[in-house]
Design a protein around this ligand. Structure first.
Ligand code: UT7
Length: 334
């Protein structure tokens, strides 16, 4: 049987908007407080994309940083996967990211799996490498959910921030160690109504008496926070255990777990269920809030910059969110 090509994660990068919105700032126009937000979520502040900036710009910045770390030129990239639920263009923002990076050889497309987008894109990227189709795949996760929330709804708008994170995956010789040790991805569309960013209504245009053409209008994000929390607290540990089983590793052999940064209480609840010490759970929620698909690579880039996570580290990454979708990947850094 032909051996599949292996995968190596060689670069990580991130980009955050410069505009910072603190809990105190929110309390100036909402019936909320730093005490409520911090105790319920662990969030102190979030970065918000300015009106004249685009998600594409953030994605390009994060992608450039990942390529620089790997010492790979943009022209060497074969494929760019952009995980986002908030593209600047619904036809896809990945092509403009490709142009912005100068990665003119790369094919580029968007992948939409909400807050699970990074893990889903990482696993998708690995399949192209394993089959030998491509040698270098840049996975970028970028979101600006601040643009989708109702800023008068305190139950939702306080949770989200904007940002982008990226990793470069490269093909590795078959005799070397594999960087993607195992994964498990799940979807449950019967629970789609728990988290939505959907078409709400149609502006109906009647060009003639007997014809009506509907034009879609999106509503702001809706979420049943309590139900999502309840679901995630049991589904995420299960999927992590499955991914570990597939990788042939036990949790003791993992250095750090990086969950999608949605809520500090979720991070702690998952740690408790898995019986893992809090120091091995990565948390950057205080400074960034929930940056949707981007939260895992943003946290990874920050940890690497601080020198806490280093090459050779074994990580579990787990995303979860709308769909509902959730999944975990066991990764060893190159
Ligand atoms: O990334 C996508 C995945 N999403 C998630 O993982 C989100 C999961 N869910 C959560 O993280 C939590 O459910 C939330 C942080 C969203 C909410 O926390 P909670 O402890 O479940 O609060 P709650 O919704 O049950 O609300 C408790 C109270 C309510 O008041 P009453 O009804 O008890 O009087 C809310 O009206 O807190 C009130 N409240 C607030 N108060 C001050 C809700 N939001 C706020 C706020 N400031 N911002």
């Amino acid at each position: 049987m032909t051996q599949l090509t292996k995968v190596k994660l060689t670069g990580v990068g991130a980009a955050l908007p410069t505009q910072v919105l603190s809990n105190e700032d929110l309390a100036k126009f909402l019936d909320t407080s730093d005490a409520w937000i911090y105790s319920r979520t662990g969030i102190r502040q979030r970065h918000i994309l300015e009106a004249n900036q685009r998600v594409t710009d953030l994605a390009v910045k994060a992608g450039k940083a990942a390529l620089a770390q790997a010492d790979v030129a943009p022209e060497q990239v074969d494929l760019i996967l952009l995980a986002t639920s908030t593209p600047d263009d619904l036809f896809g923002s990945a092509p403009e990211v490709q142009a912005g990076l100068g990665a003119h050889r790369a094919v580029a497309f968007d992948l939409s799996a909400a807050c699970s987008g990074f893990v889903f894109a990482l696993v998708t990227a690995a399949q192209y490498l394993r089959t030998g189709t491509y040698r270098r795949v840049l996975v970028i996760a970028a979101d600006a959910l601040s643009r989708t929330v109702d800023w008068s709804d305190r139950s939702i708008c306080v949770l989200f921030g904007d940002g982008a994170g990226a990793v470069l995956l490269e093909a590795e010789d078959t005799d070397k160690e594999d960087g993607l040790l195992g994964f498990e991805l799940r979807t449950d569309g019967t629970r789609a109504s728990l988290l939505r960013l959907e078409v709400d209504s149609f502006q109906v245009i009647s060009p003639t008496e007997d014809m009506t053409f509907p034009r879609q209008v999106y509503r702001t994000m809706t979420m049943n926070g309590r139900e999502v929390y309840r679901f995630v607290a049991s589904a995420v540990p299960e999927v992590i255990e499955k991914a570990l089983f597939r990788s042939g590793l036990s949790l003791d052999q993992v250095d750090y777990v990086i969950l999608h940064q949605a809520n500090q209480r979720i991070i702690e609840a998952v740690a408790q269920r898995l019986n893992i010490s809090p120091e091995r759970m990565v948390s950057h929620i205080a400074t960034c809030g929930n940056t949707s698909a981007a939260s895992i690579p943003i946290a990874l880039a920050a940890e690497m910059e601080m020198g806490r996570i280093q090459s050779g580290a074994t990580l579990v990454m787990a995303g979860f969110g709308a769909g509902l979708s959730w999944g975990a990947a066991v990764v060893r850094l190159g």
